[in-house]
Ligand binder design. Structure first.
Ligand SMILES: C[S@@+](CC[C@H](N)C(=O)[O-])C[C@H]1O[C@@H](n2cnc3c(N)ncnc32)[C@H](O)[C@@H]1O
Length: 232
């Protein structure tokens, strides 16, 4: 695997709907780099609005904004799984943040016992963001067209799941992609990267001067069920 260095400071992101967006907070510089690198390295679908393509992020906590931006060119539906509760202030804060991605600055919110759903329109396509209060593995029972898998901040020292999504479960996730190819953006923890998948993923150093848990190395690329030795 080649290691790419990417130290450019990028304070602003031009979104797929051509509007500029400025991330703020302690992760902003690294997340800008991560967004641009992911957009550079991953192929864009030709028929996004018809495909109903899905992004999945296990053990997501409240880390919704950057992964949603990462997925905008590739996905219409976003599933974030988290087994703990979602405080009211965070629910409202995320509604405000997601409304900044919306073509008309609006984002609807509906709360229910299993989490909350956000809906907004970006680049004239309706986007649904589901924050699901539940165990990661229940996502594997869903019948969806998985297009992208995003995963970070799930190390054992961080109160993470201890589940090997990037190795053990990666073939199952790839089988959920109708096209047979899954876009991957992950830190590869815990458990490391599936050995068959590793040659399809680029190792990207995001802000290696930082010690923040979402910085450091990422693995970005596309893996197919064939590469993983799985029949579709
Ligand atoms: C350190 S936090 C990281 C959250 C997020 N990934 C981030 O980078 O901000 C790990 C999260 O995984 C959640 N978690 C642990 N095991 C889980 C499971 N089996 N299913 C869903 N969530 C889980 C924990 O509740 C915790 O919020």
């Amino acid at each position: 695997m080649a290691t790419l260095q990417y130290d450019k400071h990028i304070p602003e992101i031009v979104l797929p709907n051509s509007r500029s967006f400025r991330l703020t907070g302690s992760y902003s510089e690294s997340d800008c780099i991560l967004i641009y690198k992911s957009w550079d390295l991953l192929s864009r679908p030709k028929t996004l609005f018809k495909d109903n393509s899905v992004l999945f992020y296990p053990s997501a906590g409240y880390d919704l904004l950057t992964p949603t931006i990462v997925g905008l060119p590739f996905c219409t539906t976003f599933y974030f799984y988290e087994c703990s509760g979602f405080p009211f202030t965070k629910i409202k804060m995320l509604q405000q943040k997601l409304s900044l991605l919306s073509d008309d600055s609006r984002c609807s919110l509906s709360e229910h016992s299993n989490g909350c759903d956000y809906q907004f329109t970006h680049d004239n396509i309706v986007r649904n963001v589901y924050w699901v209060r539940g165990h990661n593995k229940s996502f594997l029972e869903k019948n969806v067209n998985l297009s992208m898998y995003f995963h970070r901040g799930d190390s054992p020292g961080e109160g993470g799941s201890g589940e090997y999504w990037d190795s053990e479960f990666l073939p199952q996730l790839a089988r959920m992609a109708n096209s047979g190819t899954l876009r991957v953006v992950t830190q590869g923890q815990p458990g490391g990267i599936n050995s068959r998948a590793s040659k399809w993923l680029k190792e990207i150093s995001i802000n290696n001067k930082s010690v923040m848990h979402r910085d450091g190395l990422y693995f970005i690329g596309e893996v197919s069920t064939t590469a993983l030795g799985e029949a579709k």
